[in-house]
Design a protein around this ligand. Structure first.
Ligand SMILES: [Zn+2]
Length: 165
């Protein structure tokens, strides 16, 4: 089922999500729905808070909706090592009609649990590293808006206020 994506400034997007320690049928269904939603919305990553569930679960596929060859589902992802910095432009399914240049770590090591709650470890760089850091930000209640300069953020807040009226 394709889920509704929450948009900034929805308060759920600003919450710190809770870790998962037990796999329930609801969580299994959520994984399937999140993956379907990510591909349908042409995203390369999605975090559970973006679909209204404040739990530490992300899915990502840097090959995108056309290829779909590198799907990863990770519970409780944690960055345990970082190396170097790189700046690039990012967009977010939850932050409409804007993008933001963000400096991220270049290489990272991520530890977490897979779909069966077995430990997994990913060493990545480049685009995948960026997607992981973006999605993990969501679990900590952060979006690309939190990376904007004060001026850019003020302008963006004004813009979305107009949409809400
Ligand atoms: Zn996002």
């Amino acid at each position: 089922m394709v889920l509704n994506i929450l948009h900034y400034p929805d308060p759920i997007l600003a919450q710190k999500a809770k870790p998962v320690d037990k796999l329930t049928p609801e969580l299994r269904a959520l994984i399937g729905d999140m993956v379907e939603t990510m591909y349908e919305k042409e995203g390369v990553g999605l975090a559970a808070p973006q679909v209204g569930h404040s739990v530490r679960l992300i899915c990502l596929d840097p090959t995108g909706p056309k290829e779909r060859t590198n799907l990863m589902v990770v519970f409780n992802p944690e960055i345990v090592a970082r190396e170097g910095f790189v700046e690039d432009e990012e967009r977010c399914l939850s932050v409409a009609e804007t993008s933001c240049k963000i400096i991220r770590s270049d290489k990272i090591t991520v530890r977490g649990l897979d779909q069966t709650l077995a430990p997994v470890r990913y060493e990545c760089d480049g685009y995948l590293s960026r997607v992981f850091q973006h999605e993990i930000d969501h679990l900590d209640g952060k979006t690309i808006v939190d990376h904007m300069s004060r001026l850019k953020r003020t302008m963006y807040e004004k813009k979305i206020k107009k949409w809400q009226i």
